[in-house]
Design a protein around this ligand. Sequence first.
Ligand SMILES: N[C@@H](CCC(=O)N[C@@H](CS)C(=O)NCC(=O)O)C(=O)O
Length: 211
Amino acid sequence: MLTLYGHPISSFTWKVLIALYENATPFDLITVDQNTYADFIAKWPMGKFPILLDSDRDAMITETSVIIEYLDAYYPGPTRFVPKDFDTALEVRRWDRVFDHLNVTMSKIVVDNIRPADQRDSYGVEEAKRIVRGIYSVIEAQLRDDGFIAGDSFTLADCSAAPALWYATRNAPLDGAFPRIAAYLQRLNARPSFQRAVKESEPLFHMYPGA
Ligand SMILES: N[C@@H](CCC(=O)N[C@@H](CS)C(=O)NCC(=O)O)C(=O)O
């Protein structure tokens, strides 16, 4: 049995939820909140979520990219997340890293929105926005008019891209300068797996004003 410790509004949790929903993989979600935090932190003192527990294999897997590779290996379904061909797999992993970098950078902007007014970091936010626009340029140059970030198939890198771009573009708008990203985001938005992750978190959107 798979158990995911995460939070419905967390972008890194969405990344893994998308992979689980893509293949209708059964799992239980334990929301990391004040009731479950002690249990979670005892399991993973680094405190970064989500983490996946697999009681059938007596395994705990951390780091979203590794979790999705694990699902691909042990709970495969119609959507394969890492191609068998080494060079293509390397490209998928490379773009997964780019989108995780976008995810972490945009979090600085999102989290600043919920800081007390006198503890905001406008310098850090402007710097994050500059970095985000640099990442947008790299992504725009990679994208084609159709398909996904690393070819025709939806992969690990697209699981990573969907939440990162969803949050980033609300906080650092594309402003018409990145048409291929806008079109790509529409293709990602059309995936039922992503729609479900967003829908389930809607009741909690108020936690992140500006998100
Ligand atoms: N590299 C990690 C990043 C996970 C991450 O940063 N998760 C955020 C939630 S979206 C988190 O745990 N934030 C709480 C904290 O940093 O204390 C992964 O891919 O799993």
